[in-house]
Ligand binder design. Structure first.
Ligand SMILES: *[C@@H]1O[C@H](CO)[C@@H](O)[C@H](O)[C@H]1NC(C)=O
Ligand SMILES: *[C@@H]1O[C@H](CO)[C@@H](O)[C@H](O)[C@H]1NC(C)=O
Ligand SMILES: *[C@@H]1O[C@H](CO)[C@@H](O)[C@H](O)[C@H]1NC(C)=O
Ligand SMILES: *[C@@H]1O[C@H](CO)[C@@H](O)[C@H](O)[C@H]1NC(C)=O
Length: 489
């Protein structure tokens, strides 16, 4: 494909360049190999306060005081390990300048995770090597090469028995495997390059690389594809050195399998979702029985496809008589990030006016949390219309709140969230506005008991599948062989 677009001489130059690069790389590797090996074996673990024979597991997580979803996964994993293996020493490589006590306070406050203090922090100085702002060009590649320097510093400061990358720097895995002789594991939230990115560059959309020069030039586009391909290849090579590969959703697994190849053997461990406030709501809806309330929850972004919800609602109303349709309402709850989103809401309002249902469609922008709960507590059925959503945390929240969920028949809603549980339905899937309208009608015609059966099953299901307990159980189960291996050796 590439050769169709490139003149022959350019192709030759590229080949030559690749050969030269490879030679340099191999020579460097050989040199480095001996140097690092000597270096590492001379500097054994400086942490001496603990039993030298205890297994040591180290987590590579430079921004460990971040307080985001990635950090929740990190600390919850450490919590699980502390309970299952009390003698194991957990170590976190970090670039954050915070002492252990403050950090544990932060974690306890932010995530309600109470950790035992037998955690060691190993501080790294080389944060600049992985910061995107250090590399204005070829960011992904250089950042990952930079992570090797950071890994070098990390291994020099502490050599673990088990190495876990929880932040997505796959290059660190072979480094610790080869030079640190550690068993390796990684938890991938998001693939560093994905087939989606390649598609976007290929279709030469401006949205991804907002560099019109690149998208207009065939050669540059092809070079960019070559760059991503090459990076993807090295990324896969590095990733395959992981003894245990865990991913956070079916979407991520799909991409890891595609880029690393089937040998990646990625296993899904869903991160825990905090649904406790939603699941505190009554399952019985607190409203007059004959009113039928539909909700949707999500930012007013174009890909969420809110227009589909309004059209589906309209089709559904057309199948009802005057009086019944007067008792139905659609509540769209969401937030606007910018002017485009605000304009989009205006367009949605115009759409509902043009369909003559503006009195039945309500918009709630930036609803306070208590009012959001109030809204969900009266909601019979909820819609989520985005196609190929990666995961869809809002579906989990709405199901926990006891709404009957109709999700799009693709992506996370299909593969992760709306699945049968104990042989029964937990919600519905639909493909287009007609499908959504049919499902709305189906729920509308159900009696209370039938609705309750689905909403309570859906709630039980999400509370089980995305709970903290399930996460900890799965993490322990899937990493068991790393610990067995380390005990044996
Ligand atoms: C965590 O600790 C740092 C420094 O001690 C503090 O500035 C920050 O606000 C804390 N974060 C949270 C989420 O408590
Ligand atoms: C997996 O991680 C990505 C990136 O942080 C996030 O967008 C996605 O929602 C996560 N999936 C789950 C199941 O939490
Ligand atoms: C792309 O760049 C142009 C001008 O340089 C800017 O007006 C536009 O908002 C940018 N688009 C995105 C998606 O960042
Ligand atoms: C690990 O060791 C335990 C106890 O020796 C054993 O029960 C378990 O099956 C082993 N697991 C794996 C995956 O080898």
């Amino acid at each position: 494909m590439l050769s169709n677009h490139l003149p022959a001489y350019l192709l030759q130059i590229i080949c030559l360049l690749i050969i030269i690069l490879k030679t340099i790389l191999i020579a460097t590797c050989v040199f480095y190999w001996f140097k690092v090996k000597r270096y590492v074996t001379r500097h054994k673990s400086p942490i001496t306060s603990t039993n030298p024979r205890a297994i040591k597991i180290a987590f590579f997580h430079p921004y460990c005081n971040g307080g985001g979803g990635g950090e929740r996964v990190l600390w919850q994993t450490i919590h699980a390990i502390q309970i299952k293996y009390p003698a194991v020493v957990c170590v976190v490589y970090t670039c954050d300048n915070i002492n252990l006590k403050d950090l544990l306070d932060n974690i306890s406050r932010a995530f309600y995770i109470d950790l035992l203090p037998n955690i060691e922090l190993v501080y790294l100085n080389g944060i600049r090597y992985i910061e995107p702002k250090t590399y204005p060009r070829f960011t992904i590649l250089l950042q990952n090469l930079g992570s090797l320097l950071l890994a070098h510093e990390a291994l020099h400061k502490f050599q673990p028995d088990i190495f876990v990358d929880t932040i997505g720097y796959a290059f660190t895995i072979p480094y610790f495997k080869v030079f640190g002789r550690a068993a390796t594991c990684c938890y991938v939230h998001y693939p560093t390059v994905s087939t989606d990115m390649l598609e976007k560059v290929k279709s030469r959309k401006d949205s991804f690389n907002n560099d019109t020069k690149i998208s207009t030039s065939v050669i540059l586009t092809n070079l960019k594809i070559l760059y991503y391909r090459t990076f993807g290849y090295i990324y896969g090579f590095a990733g395959l050195r992981s003894d245990v590969t865990l991913v956070n959703s079916s979407w991520t697994k799909g991409h890891i399998d595609a880029i690393w190849g089937p040998r990646a053997n990625a296993e899904i461990v869903y991160p825990p979702c905090d649904t406790s406030t939603f699941s505190g709501l009554h399952l019985t809806r607190q409203k007059p029985e004959d009113r039928f309330i539909i909700c949707s929850l999500g930012q007013f972004r174009p890909e969420k496809n809110h227009a589909c919800q309004i059209r589906a609602f309209n089709i559904f109303l057309q199948g009802l008589d005057e009086v019944s349709s007067g008792l139905c309402e659609l509540h769209m709850i969401g937030s606007c990030r910018d002017h485009d989103d605000i304009r989009r809401v205006q367009e949605l309002k115009l759409l509902s006016e043009s369909l003559g249902i503006e009195r039945r469609v309500k918009f709630h922008i930036k609803l306070p949390f208590t009012e959001l709960l109030q809204c969900l507590s009266v909601c019979d059925v909820a819609m989520h219309t985005m196609e190929n959503e990666h995961f869809g945390i809002s579906l989990v929240e709405m199901m926990a709140a006891g709404c009957i969920m109709i999700g799009h028949d693709s992506g996370g809603p299909k593969f992760d969230i709306i699945c049968d549980y104990e042989g029964d339905k937990t919600g519905f899937l639909a493909k287009d506005e007609i499908g959504f309208a049919e499902k709305l009608k189906e729920v509308y015609l159900m009696n209370l008991e039938e609705r309750m059966a689905i909403s309570s099953n859906g709630r039980k299901y999400v509370l089980d599948k995305f709970s903290i307990d399930t996460f900890e159980r799965e993490i322990i189960l899937k990493t068991e062989r790393l610990f067995n291996q380390s005990i044996a050796s």
